[in-house]
Ligand binder design. Structure first.
Ligand code: HEM
Length: 494
């Protein structure tokens, strides 16, 4: 595999180093650069009209991918000014003006906590009401300069460290239930829609692994917990997400105002009471070992479970399973061969999947082509110079940077033939070097989440869990057929 020769460290001359070492991400004092200084192209348009026109392009006339692509072409730059929804008429307090950063190099400034602030910008300048989270700002909305951020982040990292044994057993038993259900449905109905069974499996698995609670102790939670989370999640993020239903209904009903917490308060309170009671031991550690109040620990536990973990996996796993099930290139045979040769019928665990080079590369490539959380934001903490591959731009303190990872992960200066899904892309030494530029978790795949950065706390368990799921599928089956929402046929492993 060819690797393009370039430097991705912000502010570094493009001739300085190939992709042979991780990019130094600190840009505290911008080094001298040979790149030309350019004014950030683009404008925000007329007040009200500019934002509404961009909003309609984004959600309706173009859709997110074309929205960004067209503007890169128009401005001949991967860095430009534009507006991001939500906006006019009922989001009066929300400033839609952003500077888009759409190549690996300019985007990586967002990982440098010395130059960007991440306060209340998880989904942009718009922030859902704190009523959704017990009148608290949960970890994902806190900036690293706020002392509570490190406390909560370290609490979450500690939960993950302690839960590794439970994580594995809970995952495997819930995968057994999921695929037994899929097989029964295929034999009864000829095909099995798996989205809700998958979400139920995810809810049970993650509640056991993260909250340390057994959902079956409360039949209502075991049956409907996932649906309670779905509606709670939806009301928070609807103003920022394209659903793809009939326009203009989507614009009028889903993107024009912020939904209140009231319709989902009943479900949230049930889940809170469940976590408070059944997850008491874990929450209590947040109090005694990390200095949180009981309410802070419990609401953050529920947010990590529901928004971060359940929300993230609910987007990624259908894509992962669908990419396998709909493949026509013969990758299933190769994945099956690797799993059969390296693991056989031995028990799956975190160690055994470390040898599965193709399985790992396949998961990474799926994350590259479909980053589950496409938009990332960062606000300039101070004036600084931002570098793209070919230019340098002056950024003023307070300006909001916005990256669309689905575009960034198609950066042709980093990824050869970027539009093509190549299952083997991340294999071998050069493939592993490319992991320095795989961004889906608010940081490079080679980075580590800590209390002083904003990288996804679950970054490593997400990939390990995904390796385990792919290995599980090919221990159980020769092949599966279907899409990202249903399985139509399975051939059992011989
Ligand atoms: C496929 C699943 C997942 C995806 C796609 C995902 C993605 C992300 C992304 C993109 C962010 C950064 C958001 C931003 O600041 O702009 C993030 C943050 C976070 N994620 Fe994940 N995540 C996943 C699973 C998990 C899991 C399993 C956990 C923990 C059990 C977790 C815990 C967190 C936490 C605590 C943060 C906030 C980090 C901070 O504020 O420093 N995530 N996640």
């Amino acid at each position: 595999m060819m690797i393009k020769s370039m430097s991705l460290s912000p502010g570094m001359p493009s001739s300085s180093s190939p992709l042979s070492s991780p990019p130094p991400l600190s840009t505290a004092s911008p080094p001298a650069t040979s790149l030309p200084l350019r004014t950030v192209p683009g404008s925000y348009g007329w007040p009200l009209l500019g934002p509404i026109s961009d909003r309609l392009d984004y959600f309706w006339f173009q859709g997110p991918a074309t929205f960004f692509k067209k503007r890169i072409e128009k401005h001949k730059s991967t860095v430009f000014r534009t507006n991001m929804p939500p906006t006019w008429p009922l989001f009066l307090g929300v400033n839609p003006n952003v500077i888009a950063v759409l190549d690996c190099k300019s985007f990586s400034h967002l990982f440098d906590m010395e130059i960007v602030e991440k306060k209340n910008i998880l989904v942009g300048d718009f922030m859902p009401s704190v009523k959704f989270t017990g009148n608290l700002r949960t970890c994902a909305y806190l900036d690293t300069s706020e002392p509570q951020h490190a406390k909560i982040k370290n609490f979450v990292l500690d939960i993950l460290k302690r839960s590794s044994t439970v994580w594995l057993t809970a995952l495997k038993s819930n995968l057994d239930t999921l695929f037994d259900t899929i097989e029964t449905n295929i034999s009864e109905k000829g095909s099995a829609g798996f989205l809700f069974p998958l979400q139920k499996c995810l809810f049970n698995f993650l509640t056991t692994a993260i909250v340390g609670a057994d959902p079956t102790t409360d039949p209502n939670i075991a049956d409907s917990g996932y649906a309670m989370l779905d509606s709670w999640l939806a009301l928070q993020i609807l103003p920022t997400v394209k659903i793809g239903i009939l326009q203009p209904l989507e614009e009028i009903f889903l993107h024009s105002f912020a939904y209140p917490f009231a319709p989902v308060s009943g479900g949230y309170n049930k889940l809170y009471n469940f976590v408070e009671k059944q997850g008491n031991e874990v929450a209590q550690r947040g109090v005694t070992e990390f200095g949180l109040t009981k309410e802070e620990a419990t609401h953050n536990l529920l947010f990590t479970l529901g928004f971060n973990a359940f929300g993230g996996f609910s987007v990624f796993l259908p894509t992962l399973i669908g990419t396998i099930a709909s493949d026509k290139t013969g990758i299933q045979k190769k994945l099956r061969k690797e799993v059969k040769e390296k693991i056989g019928s031995s028990s799956l665990n975190f160690e055994s999947v470390k040898d599965l080079e193709l399985v790992q590369s396949f998961v990474y490539e799926t994350l590259r082509v479909n980053p589950p959380v496409p938009l990332q934001y960062g606000r300039a903490r101070k004036d600084f110079q931002l570098s793209s591959h070919d230019s340098v731009y002056d950024i003023k303190k307070g300006e909001l940077l916005c990256g669309y990872q689905s575009q960034i992960m198609k950066d042709s200066k980093v990824f050869e033939d970027p539009e093509t899904f190549k299952a083997e892309r991340f294999m071998g030494e050069k493939g592993r070097e490319l992991l320095n530029y795989l961004y889906w978790s608010n940081g490079p795949q080679t980075g580590s989440p800590t209390g002083s950065n904003k990288q996804c706390a679950g970054k490593d368990v997400v990939t390990l869990t995904s390796f385990l799921i792919v290995a599980y599928i090919f221990q159980r089956y020769e092949s599966i057929s279907g899409s990202s929402s249903s399985i139509t046929a399975v051939e059992k492993a011989k």
